[in-house]
Design a protein around this ligand. Structure first.
Ligand SMILES: Nc1nc2c(ncn2[C@@H]2O[C@H](COP(=O)(O)OP(=O)(O)OP(=O)(O)O)[C@@H](O)[C@H]2O)c(=O)[nH]1
Ligand SMILES: [Mg+2]
Length: 432
């Protein structure tokens, strides 16, 4: 017996319509008490009235009978006027008649419990809701369409075949079953290892699809870093002046270029200083550079020594190209005029540098930390088991196979703990 939950499924605030969702054993009975005339059939939206304490709300109602609903339970949706007061009054009516307020993600969690979705589907929904670019939405849609789930299940099937062959031979030695040789296990496992590492290797592109590319803009004072940020964004975002040391705080703004989000970080000019605030700004500039995917090192003449020692790759930008000419541009060096020229070539360069074009053609990218850590664990166990194939007996190998199977199962949820499941669904908004 499941309680009947209710929540507003559309965003709060002023809007044309609001959708209120109710799910649970009594959802249809409760709806019948408050909405008339109640639809005669499921799955059809009908116009009617909800009598609330202070007013009559002209709304629409549709109901779904278990298991044919999003949650797999009896469910009802009211499509009423938007805003704050009307949806609130409708929710009150549901509560008065026995429903309880839903927790964040409770509808989706029930869908999981009722076998309507697996964990990667749920995470795909979250990624789609959060997506700011088409690439990010596509990565979410792939999860929702169960592309990763199917891949994981295929790998698990392969493991299960191996495991059952090992176990049958181990458990029923008297049957004289043909024992798979460790050599056979070895070949198949090597194939699984290859598939896992190729999945893991999509993470770099996955991160770009989901979060974009973090680009820190560094350089000496006055070389035109803030001018460059403004030009890249196409807006007058940062203060620009001929006074050295204008920018103190780091300043991050994003722009979408060919479906990829670029997160540009303007920073304080690098120089020796005794000014405490400026010093802090410079410390933050270095930090931004360390955490970025790439640094644009801006200079404003041809003779600046490139003395930047940092981790991420560096693209040197010879700015103020209207004032001088650069002879012999090297690899990862570009010349632009932030003030007078076109800075699109920088975006183009970064786009190509990170192979962002491959995102559109790739079928499956790992975009989720949790999936990555399960895959890495499975991969490490595969390597260990491969080693065991060479040095130990079949029963130890079988244990290894089980461990890999379990790690993969955590991705889709077949072997995930209650904690993990709760954590995933709590990320949902209310009403989802
Ligand atoms: N001629 C020319 N001047 C530029 C160009 N880009 C920037 N400037 C000028 O250079 C000066 C410094 O520009 P900013 O963008 O404030 O430089 P910054 O690197 O952010 O400086 P700080 O914040 O002090 O570190 C301003 O007077 C800009 O107008 C350019 O392409 N050509
Ligand atoms: Mg500046």
């Amino acid at each position: 017996m499941s309680s009947t939950i209710v929540a507003l499924s559309t965003a709060r605030g002023r809007s044309a319509i609001a959708v209120i969702r109710m799910s649970g054993d009594d959802a249809i009975e409760i709806a019948k008490k408050i909405f008339a005339p109640f639809p005669k059939q499921p799955n059809l939206l009908k116009v009617g009235t909800i009598k609330t304490e202070h007013f009559n709300e002209h709304a629409m109602c549709v109901y779904f009978v278990a298991p044919h609903s999003y949650t797999g339970e009896n469910s009802v949706e009211f499509h009423c006027h938007g805003g704050t007061a009307v949806p609130q009054a409708v929710i009150e009516k549901c509560l008065e008649n026995g429903a309880v307020m839903a927790q964040n993600g409770e509808f989706s969690k029930r869908a999981f419990i009722n076998g309507k979705q697996n964990l990667t589907n749920a995470e795909g929904i979250i990624e789609m809701i959060d997506a700011e670019t088409a690439s990010a939405a596509k990565a979410g849609a792939n999860l929702l369409e169960n592309k990763l789930g199917k891949k994981v299940i295929a790998l698990q099937d392969q493991l299960l075949d191996l495991l059952s062959a090992c176990e049958a031979a181990l458990d029923y030695p008297e049957e004289d079953l043909e024992l798979p040789t460790t050599q056979q296990v070895d070949t198949q496992l090597a194939d699984i290892e290859k598939q896992l590492s190729s999945l893991i290797s999509t993470t770099a592109l996955g991160k770009i699809a989901k979060n974009g590319i973090d680009v820190a803009i560094l350089g000496a004072p006055n070389v035109g870093k803030s001018s460059l940020l403004n030009a890249l964004l196409g807006t007058d975002r940062a203060i620009v002046s001929q006074i050295e040391g204008t920018t103190r705080d780091t300043l991050t703004e994003s722009v979408v270029y060919r479906d990829i989000k670029f997160n540009f970080i303007d920073t304080a000019g690098l120089r020796q200083t005794t000014d405490e605030i400026e010093e802090e700004g410079i410390r933050r500039a270095h930090l931004a550079a360390q955490n970025a995917d790439v640094v644009l090192f801006v200079v404003d003449n041809e003779n600046t020594p490139l003395t930047l020692e940092m981790m991420p790759p560096i693209v040197t930008i010879f700015n103020k190209s209207d004032l001088y000419e650069v002879h012999n541009l090297g690899k990862n060096q570009l010349t632009v005029s932030a003030k007078y020229g076109d800075v699109e070539p920088i975006k183009q360069h970064l786009y190509e540098m990170f192979n962002a074009g491959d995102i559109a053609t790739s079928d499956l990218l790992i975009t989720n930390e949790r999936h990555l850590s399960c895959l890495k664990q499975a991969h490490a166990q595969t390597l260990e088991t491969l080693q065991a194939c060479k040095t130990t007996t079949l029963d130890i190998v079988a244990n290894g196979l089980k461990a890999i199977w379990d790690s993969l199962g955590q991705i889709t949820g077949t072997s995930a703990s209650e904690d993990i499941i709760n954590r995933i669904y709590s990320k949902f908004c209310l009403g989802k």
